[in-house]
Design a protein around this ligand. Sequence first.
Ligand code: ZN
Length: 430
Amino acid sequence: MFACLITLDCARADHVMGREARTPQIDRFRKDAVAFTEAHAHTNTTLPSHVTMMTGKLIPEHGVDHNMRVPVGRHFFLSERLGKAGVHSGGFVGIQFLEKLYASKFNGLDRHFDLPDARVARALLMRLGIKGTRRGAARTADRALRWIKKHRSIDAFCWLHLFDTHMFYQAHSRWRKYYNVPEGREGGYLADHLARQNLVAFHILRGERRHLEYYPRMYKAAISHTDEVVGRFFDSLRAMGLYDEALIIVTGDHGENLTEHGVYCGHPLLFDETIRVPLLVKFPGRQHACEEVSDPVGHQDLLPTVLRHFKLDCNREPCRDLGSFLGTLDRQAERPLLAFHNKMFQGAVRKGPWTWVENLDLTEVLPRNRALYDEVGLFDAGGCKVESPSLAARMSRILNDFILRTQTSHVVEGVEEEAIKVQLRELGYL
Ligand SMILES: [Zn+2]
């Protein structure tokens, strides 16, 4: 048996499953898959979001609230559970700090993935004169395919993470031309802006008109570029005879703001654009292909979905096997989905048609981005603000009860690895 999880960094639902960008390969895949049209990430940051996918736990539970944190050993990881059942797991990532999910820095052991990939290349950022480690989508996919080929005769789970859709967005010149991306150095606009802003609040809209044109177009180009890579990856799986019976999941780790809310590039807060993600699931034998599920689901549900594929159980409420949403009326539409800002500045609850966003602790960020953080409250499905104190109070209680219940004995382990700090600073996170 074979399963594959593909995470596209910063992928917005409307750009991968909607009409905002050209994605012919993913559109083709969608004909074999089930589209979950109301899928949510549980945070806005890369590593914490992937830890949630791999553990089914949220930030207050797993404690990995930053890209510099190391996932601690006591958490139940998908690959650990698979490994105990004889399923091999391989992970191939486009950015260095995700390598911590391999846990290869602990005691020399790889607790979570049995074949950690090598350090990712430095090509792009080195070319920009920036120290950092990221790797292009095509090369990352090639590495994954090599591993899959080697393991195709045994039970295997492959996680493929593609980073070209994260700033500085990467795209073939063909796609830049297609979207009429303004000329400029790669990342040059942002680099100029960072310099002017002294690396502070890079994502706040104070840019010039060229910024507003550059980023949304370049993002679309990066999505289309990545779509090609994903299409070639699927073709290779077909050629190996693995595609038809595989469980294949395509999602984004979080979304991206592209000028909305005054953010022209980045994913700093719990806006709809940063939490709504694409989610396409191809079940073995194309079961329920082309169907759409509009029930709210989240990344927490990926772990039981993969376990179920390998005939393993997962009794971790509120996680739910995505296959259980198919052909049933047991929709659990009222199940609340929670999300937390990576530093716990904000919390959000999605329940039925309502979304509640609450500031939790802004002491570190105010007054810098005051206006942005003030955009909290109760919203309907269309994103319109709603006045209902009683409903708002109920939603807030769900959020705060969860925090109280889960955060009490948590001790987070952190690392102060200088190379990763430099990398994150240059990507604008610190
Ligand atoms: Zn990310």
